[in-house]
Design a protein. Structure first.
Length: 236
């Protein structure tokens, strides 16, 4: 039997509803099986910004987490052995928000992708928010020329959550998610996680909406269209 745990992908975004965020985090903490879990914080997507770390530490602790340990990876002289030890010892690994492309570039440069994937395969519980949620998915989209839509191309992410997703993009109609899907094969589905909501992704790719409906898009006959939302099946 697989030891892999579900992956939790939160949208974040503004305005933030602390009560909803706490409910979503309580769900994750229950999954860990530890009353006050230790969380390893991975902040590569925001270049290990200290203010970002302190802000999220407050939110994670107010929801009931125990210790929050900063697994510092971004700096040129980062102690990667210490960072790995923090990841190994934590109950939950948290991938923070920021910039998806930058975060993945740092993880690759520091040879941390394989370490994170191996920890997931060994049963470590993962939680992402905003860009961190996208990093946990299969891949994302970038534009080599920001002024040319035709320059869009995909790049690989961690693939820990075997899906494609975007977060808090409801205001622009999920433009980036649709741009990603147009580059995928027919039949591919992408999930839009609205602000304040989350999804629970099982190892086989099955998802459960949490805290709000998940928007679904599919590529069919070369076009991308929205299909029926996935509604939460239970309250948090």
């Amino acid at each position: 039997m697989s030891s892999k745990k579900p992956v939790y992908l939160l949208a974040g975004g503004r305005p933030r509803n602390e009560q909803t965020l706490n409910s979503l985090l309580h769900e994750v903490y229950r999954e860990s099986g530890v009353k006050s879990p230790t969380i390893a914080y991975v902040g590569v997507a925001n270049n290990d910004s200290k203010p970002f770390y302190l802000m999220m530490t407050t939110s994670l602790k107010s929801a009931g987490a125990g210790k929050i340990k900063h697994s510092v990876i971004s700096p040129k002289k980062a102690d990667l052995k210490k960072a790995q030890d923090i990841l190994e010892s934590a109950d939950i690994i948290y991938i923070s928000g920021g910039d998806v492309e930058h975060g993945m570039q740092i993880l690759k440069e520091k040879n941390m992708v394989e370490i994170l994937v191996e920890l997931y395969n060994r049963g470590k519980l993962f939680l992402g928010i905003s860009a961190g949620s996208i990093m946990l998915a299969i891949e994302w989209v970038l534009w080599t020329d920001p002024n040319n839509d035709a320059s869009a191309e995909v790049f690989p992410c961690l693939g820990i959550a075997p899906i494609l997703c975007d977060t808090h993009g409801e205001q622009d109609g999920w433009e980036e998610l649709q741009s990603l899907l147009i580059l995928e094969k027919d039949g591919t589905i992408g999930y839009g996680i609205p602000s304040g909501a989350a999804i629970k992704v099982l190892p086989d790719g099955t998802i459960e909406a949490l805290g709000g409906a998940t928007h679904q898009y599919i590529k069919q006959n070369g076009n991308v269209k929205r299909i029926t939302d996935i509604s939460p099946i239970r309250s948090l």
